[in-house]
Design a protein around this ligand. Sequence first.
Ligand code: SF4
Ligand code: SF4
Length: 451
Amino acid sequence: MGLTDPRLHLFAVQGASYAVSTDYLRFAGIAPEAAEAVRRGGPAGPVLNRLGVPLEPPGQKGFRFAPPDTLVLMLTYACNMACRYCCQGEIPAARENQMSQAVAYRAVDWLMRNSADAETVNIGFFGGEPLLRFPLMQEIAAYADRRASAAGKRVRYGIMTNGLLLTEPVIDFLAANQVQVTVSFDGPAAVQNRNRPLKGGGRSFRLIAGRIRKLLARCPDATLRSTLYAGTDPDLVLQTARRLGFRQCRMEKVSSSLLAEGKKNDEAASSGQMAAHLRRQGERFLAAARERDAAALQRIAVDGAFMEVVRQMFQLARAGAPVRRRWFSCGAGRQLLAVAANGDLYPCPRFLALPEYRLGSVAEDGFRGELHHKSLLIHSEDCRSCWARYYCGGGCVVEHLGRTGSIFRANPDTCRLRRARIETGIRVFAECSDDDRAFLHEIGVLPGRQA
Ligand code: SF4
Ligand code: SF4
């Protein structure tokens, strides 16, 4: 069956060959001759045997879904900045909407009732700029803590902020409530000032950088989230993140699908750029691991998207690890729901501009989640036939929708990037010796020890 055998994916980097079981999440470096034999039409069986996986495809999964445990609250559509890629301005008839205290409390009550026996529930504060509603945020946290304690649950909080309103009282609140803070900030001064100006056009880098340093002194696990346009150098973004003191920086390419005409990003170019960056990180990581260069590895470990895939592959390759196929990439429309300012429920914040995806309201129990309970690995032709499906889970449905017009037709640019990430993670795992791995665990770049 050779190259067309759907059970096997082969790839090569710098003369080294790798084999990937598409169904059983096993992978390894193999002799180039063995890969070549399969490419020439030889049987895949010997390579699959080398990976230690069954030759038969797995049976179809019967799903069991957990109840919703996470609500992201759209506290306001207003913002104090004017980022060039912001999509909130396109939300129909909602520009000035503010969530009322009554709606916020109803959302909390909805979460307590609809999260069944989940012991921990999550509330995210989102906007616009959610810190424009700081008093409401404090009221919500006090109310949710009371309601959770009565229901025998605990609440974890998160916020996505542009950082401009990180004042001392705000930081006190975030630290006291152990809020997981994500700061949207694009890194080098020139890029931040260009992409994320203040309302009215002023520069924002210096102003926000000072606030970030104060935040990190109290909330050291805050994450930087940087949105990348094609042409922005990811290394410079990471350098800025480290200088500011972030332990984790997540870079995401800007999603063209959400942008107005005239603001579009070149998605193919930015996906290619990110993929090249991840491959470079892989080579640097391997070199640093071989040289036992802990400082270099700690620097690379700030790169959240890169480390996520490396950790995923080390986890999957653990001796005796169960085969955990990923049927979804995220919890949107199932465990996670976004609450619009008026109380309407949506699959996630990025759907808020799309009224046809409304799933219900916090005024009534339950929600219409059927569409989002369909795994793309079953219902999308693209994902069904993709070698990376069980590693990927089907990608971001908003990105698919924005690009192809359907959540069931995959966005080819994001797919190229996702597959490049997975291959990078596999190469990093396969090229690390046992001693390299022990070192990575020892210095804490990888959690725990392998079984
Ligand atoms: S989203 Fe793309 S990369 Fe992921 S499984 Fe589907 S086709 Fe493959
Ligand atoms: S659908 Fe996309 S944007 Fe929404 S939660 Fe999932 S991955 Fe994130």
